[in-house]
Design a protein around this ligand. Structure first.
Ligand code: SAM
Ligand code: DTB
Ligand code: SF4
Length: 326
């Protein structure tokens, strides 16, 4: 497949399409490239929680903000193994290991993470990790341990980045994504809406993602979870229509990518989520906790799957690497 060289103007035009027409177009694209109703289910595990040195304005795990998050040192391999087993029994095909680190360091903690990756991989599950910045060598070691995907979000546009995070640059983010790519990992990268950004910033973020060759295999769209104690605590909830618009635009811009309806589902009705699935979302995080904030209960999600006729996607089941399509 040839990757389309989108312009910001074209993406803006898609984003501003009248809503029903936009959903309809996104559904068409979705049907062309994906099995309707098949949803990839991931389970998040916060392997190292809180105490992070970065200043991401949305994040309850940044040490400098006064939130209720308690610092927790790195989990042990058996602890993570048990959580992964439970997630597998619940229908998850992927486990995503999240650490509140600025960057990966070559120390014993990293060796433990490599062991976690090996252990979960041996269960026949896809393993994703989100550990902050990464060198190419560290990415290679993760790939050798059996890591499937690396999550590293751009979060917003290049122009808006400095309003949200000052302790690292947009280029730092892009470099890490590049290191993951070079090591042969699939890339999961997206962002957050509802942080007070302009429509131009949403479009700008999708534009930068669309410049990656290949496009990211997975793009998480998070609705901000406004956590007390963070600088963004007063942000009003993002309207469901913005979420639907953002998901539909992502689907149209990157047709084969897995579009993940990520954080913020607890504030969405089942009808709202159904519109997101219609607009091209085909992945979710399931389990009663994201990293530190609550997520819908397992039984509620199963009920939603039943009502909407959705089914969890099996691990490694024919996901085509974007790179193989180039
Ligand atoms: N420390 C690593 C990093 O920043 O890359 C990995 C963990 S970090 C928590 C992963 C992602 O979670 C962030 O890039 C952000 O997109 C998302 N996130 C964090 N807090 C959030 C919030 N309150 N609402 C929505 N998404 C959030
Ligand atoms: C992503 O885009 N969203 C997930 C995952 N990647 C790591 C994290 C959402 C975190 C929401 C806030 C919390 O629970 O701490
Ligand atoms: Fe740290 Fe990641 Fe939270 Fe930023 S988003 S403060 S890097 S845990």
């Amino acid at each position: 497949m040839n990757f389309k060289d989108w312009t910001k103007e074209e993406i803006m035009e898609v984003y501003n399409t009248p809503l029903m027409e936009l959903i309809y177009k996104a559904t068409e694209v979705h049907k062309q490239h994906h099995t309707v109703g098949e949803v990839q289910v991931s389970s998040l595990v916060s392997i190292k929680t809180g105490g992070c040195v970065e200043d991401c304005a949305y994040c309850p795990q940044a040490a400098r903000y006064h939130t209720e998050v308690k610092v927790h040192k790195l989990m042990s391999v058996p602890e993570v193994d048990t959580l992964a087993e439970n997630a597998k029994r619940g229908g998850a095909s992927r486990v995503c290991l999240g650490a509140a680190w600025r960057e990966v360091r070559d120390n014993r903690d990293f060796d433990t993470v490599l062991d976690m990756v090996k252990t979960i991989n041996q269960k026949g599950m896809e393993v994703c990790a989100t550990l902050g910045m990464l060198t190419e060598d560290q990415a290679k070691r993760l790939a050798e341990a059996g890591l499937y995907a690396y999550n590293h979000n751009l979060d917003t546009s290049e122009e808006n980045y400095g309003n949200i995070i000052t302790t690292r640059t947009y280029d730092d983010r892009l470099n890490t994504i590049n290191h993951a790519r070079k090591a042969g990992l699939t890339v999961c990268s997206g962002g957050i809406i509802g942080m007070g950004e302009k429509v131009e910033d949403r479009v700008g973020m999708l534009y930068t993602l669309s410049l990656l060759r290949p496009y990211p295999e997975s793009v998480p769209i998070n609705a901000l979870v406004a956590v007390e104690g963070t600088p963004l605590e007063e942000q009003p909830p993002v309207p469901i229509w913005d979420m639907v618009r953002m998901i539909a635009t992502t689907r149209i811009v990157m047709p084969k990518t897995a579009v993940r309806l990520s954080a913020g589902r607890l504030n969405m009705s089942m009808e709202g989520q159904a519109l997101c699935f219609m607009a091209g979302a085909n992945s979710i995080f399931a389990g009663e906790k994201l990293l530190t904030t609550p997520n819908p209960l397992y039984n509620q999600d199963m009920e939603m799957f039943k009502i909407l006729g959705l089914s969890p996607k099996k691990a490694f089941s024919g996901e085509v690497f974007n790179s193989e399509l180039a």
